[in-house]
Design a protein around this ligand. Structure first.
Ligand SMILES: Cc1cc2nc3c(=O)[nH]c(=O)nc-3n(C[C@H](O)[C@H](O)[C@H](O)COP(=O)(O)OP(=O)(O)OC[C@H]3O[C@@H](n4cnc5c(N)ncnc54)[C@H](O)[C@@H]3O)c2cc1C
Length: 424
């Protein structure tokens, strides 16, 4: 393929943000290299779901990203539930029925993370990926190019650096300074048990309707959500709990626990929650939910270095929208970098400043809104409590802000912002 931009973009990190951006740039003929610390691209074996905005953004990045998603995505199994995002249930009830239902234009779209990533990796040419490259620093070299240094002692040059290196982003630290409060994410005092269980067992335990279609079991200081993945063969379970305790080790955001720990945490909940937890493995992973909400980053960019995805706005997962926002970031950034007016170093700076103008408010809103809505599910939100009508209204209003957007218009607006920046 002939590459026709006179600059090269380095992407640090090959998760959903980094790979969707790499694909979007490569197929727009922008020279790009991905530096990933691991020995290969990979994701964990848990579920992730996408709302309508994310699906629009996939199509802008590259049609192949959308096709990969369609290939692995699983919707609610019942035809009558195709538009249901979640049925919300009272987790304390003995025989819970839906308290209310939130529907959207695309309903629930669960994918197995590792399978989705494996599919999009097929769109990434081998020659643009470098593995075992843990980014440490970047500075401008004597020739005006950016020189990145890696933990293995090697260096590489590029004209622009995009940090897609996730919640503990090193690139964020380079932008804001290691001592700045936003350099590190904070514990939200929620943790989550995650499990994938065979669908036949889930049906046997809680019945067809609740196993084959997405459900959110709400309770005091905890909630458990389920949705089908793997074309309905597997049920994804995530059980969240709020705690006043601190997380013991910032360097390890997951720890191994026993199923009994989860059952103890949800003692007193109704039979559905207990039965679902009993289906999980005897040895479970528990995930600390950190985010960038206590200290939002003051800027997503500095010169020709910027951050995107969780590196810029790591959110708790309660809106199920963090990865979708990563893909929105990729769509906007790729459209800006590929713009034909963007040729020089100054133009790249203008692109990154525009990206900051366009994406910061929305990304940081998601982080705060997700905290709030997670508390609504757990009857903890001040003024909302266990009032189901109010919880429903909160979810509807906020889901609308997330999904009811026009991503092509968003990109167009970013280009208009770029015009202003380029003219300045
Ligand atoms: C429990 C849970 C459930 C979730 N559910 C959903 C959901 O249903 N829907 C949704 O949209 N979102 C969901 N999210 C959020 C979503 O998972 C994230 O927003 C998204 O995966 C972040 O992608 P990323 O590429 O920015 O970061 P990551 O996936 O963290 O990728 C970062 C990459 O950078 C690499 N890296 C890190 N540091 C360096 C370095 N110094 N040098 C080189 N490489 C580096 C890492 O190895 C990794 O490959 C959930 C999150 C959690 C915790």
């Amino acid at each position: 393929m002939v590459l026709d931009k006179p600059f090269e973009v380095a992407i640090i990190g090959g998760g959903i943000a980094g790979l969707t951006l790499a694909i979007a740039l490569y197929y727009r003929r922008v020279p790009v290299t991905v530096y990933e610390q691991a020995s290969q691209f990979g994701e964990i074996g848990a579920g992730v779901s996408f709302s309508g905005n994310a699906i629009q953004a996939m199509k802008i990045c590259h049609q192949g990203v959308y096709e990969a998603f369609e290939k692995v995505c699983t919707r609610n199994v019942w035809p009558s539930k195709q538009n249901v995002w979640f049925d919300f249930l009272d987790a304390l009830a003995d025989a819970p029925t839906s308290a209310f239902t939130i529907s959207t234009d695309v309903g629930q779209n669960g994918v197995h993370r590792a399978r989705f990533l494996d599919e999009i990796v097929k769109l990434v040419p081998k020659e643009i990926a470098r593995f075992g490259k843990r980014f440490e620093h970047v500075k401008e070299g004597p020739n005006g190019r950016l020189v990145m240094s890696f933990e293995d002692g090697t260096t590489a040059e590029a004209d622009a650096v995009v940090g897609c290196d996730g919640i503990k982003s090193r690139v964020r630290q380079v932008i804001v300074g290691s001592d700045h409060p936003s350099a590190r994410p904070a514990y939200t005092h929620k943790y989550a048990y995650r499990g994938l269980v065979p669908m036949e067992q889930a049906i046997e335990a809680i019945g067809e309707e609740k196993a084959l279609n997405s459900c959110m079991h709400m309770g005091p200081d905890g909630h458990l959500l389920t949705f089908p993945v793997n074309h309905g063969k597997t049920l994804n379970i995530v059980a969240f709990r709020t705690t006043s305790d601190d997380w013991p080790d910032f360097n390890r955001l997951t720890k191994q626990v026993k199923r009994e720990d989860a059952l103890r945490d949800f003692a007193g909940y109704g039979p559905d929650v207990t039965k679902l937890l009993q289906l999980t493995s005897p040895d479970l992973s528990v995930w600390a939910i950190f985010d960038t909400g206590d200290h939002p980053v003051p800027t997503f960019s500095k010169g020709r270095v910027c951050i995107s995805g969780d590196a810029a706005h790591a959110t708790s997962p309660h809106h199920g929208a963090g990865a979708g926002f990563c893909i929105e970031d990729s769509a906007v950034l790729a459209e800006l970098l590929a713009d034909e007016r963007v040729q020089s170093k100054q133009d790249i700076e203008a692109v990154f400043a525009t990206f900051n103008d366009q994406r910061k408010e929305r990304g940081q809103w998601l982080v705060q809104s997700s905290r709030w809505i997670g508390d609504c599910y757990e009857w903890r939100a001040p003024g909302i409590g266990r009032d189901f009508a109010k919880i429903e209204q909160e979810i509807k209003t906020r889901s609308d802000i997330i999904s009811n957007v026009n991503v092509p218009d968003m990109c167009e607006q970013a280009k208009q912002g770029l015009s202003t920046r380029l003219a300045a």
